[in-house]
Design a protein around this ligand. Structure first.
Ligand code: 13P
Length: 255
């Protein structure tokens, strides 16, 4: 049985002060994390130590939005897996479409980050997803399976259950437009089949596949009800304690 993972990707929002406030509001709104749900917040790097302090007695986990694939060295502006584990990160997002588009992330860098994170004991959340143009051209399946294969290439089978995939159709991110539950299920099932081909059924069943792209309290239930949707990677709605908590409560109800 896969546990739901409800993860907030705060993107470039919330410095340390706002991070402390948002986490405090979230803890107030949700005094105990439901048993059947893993809850994660991913603030900007500069706010990670604040998150660590604020979450010291909480079951809410925190993670980073990016990491470099080398151990250390002359990589101005980057952070390493060791730095992230030192502050207590559990997860790291790899290959978000915004990073692929604006910061030249490629399947190859996403792959290296995935491997590096897993070696360091960090759970990578690998983001994949097609553009509107690719969906219109009906190449979304091919595109997304290529992204999954490239990211997992050579990842040891023993580490695969620590890997999370987030299916985020680019046309649904920040647009208010969501994939229909049927579209999400179809893509999540396809991704699971790709993992089964690379490994085996058992490994594929263990991997959590999150949906991301305008997930909100009003549409979370129908998405989370799909067999292969194991949670959400939530942008906008994770920036308000109320809407994020509502989605967590929906997951709890379904767990
Ligand atoms: P929105 O929920 O704001 O559409 O963002 C989704 C996302 O990109 C999460 O990583």
């Amino acid at each position: 049985m896969r546990r739901f993972l409800i993860a907030g990707n705060w993107k470039m929002n919330c410095g340390p002060g706002e991070t402390a406030t948002l986490i405090s509001n979230l803890k107030q709104r949700l005094p105990s994390v439901p048993d059947g749900v893993d809850v994660l917040v991913c603030p900007p790097e500069i706010s990670l130590t604040t998150a660590a302090d604020e979450l010291v007695d909480s079951k809410i986990m925190f993670g980073a939005q990016n990491v470099h694939f080398e151990d250390n060295g002359a990589f101005t502006g980057e952070v390493s897996t060791k730095m992230l584990t030192e502050v207590g990160c559990h997860y790291v997002i790899a290959g978000h479409s915004e990073r692929r588009e604006y910061f030249a992330e490629t399947d190859q860098t996403v792959h290296r980050k995935t491997k590096k994170a897993l070696e360091a004991g960090l759970k990578p959340i690998i983001c994949v997803g097609e553009s509107l143009d690719q969906r219109k051209k009906d190449v979304h399946d091919t595109m997304v399976s290529k992204q999954v294969q490239a990211a997992l290439n050579g990842v040891d089978e023993s580490l695969i259950q620590d890997t999370v995939i987030a299916y985020e159709p680019i046309w649904a991110i920040g647009t208010g437009e969501t994939a229909t539950p049927e579209q999400a299920q179809e893509m999540h099932n396809m991704i699971r089949n790709v993992i089964a081909d690379l490994y085996d059924e058992r490994s594929a069943e263990a991997v959590r596949i999150l949906y991301g792209g305008s997930m909100k309290p009003h549409n979370a239930e129908e998405l989370l009800r799909q067999t292969d949707v194991d949670g959400g990677l939530i942008g906008g709605a994770s920036l308000q304690a109320d809407s994020f908590a509502e989605i967590i409560e929906i997951a709890e109800k379904l767990s």
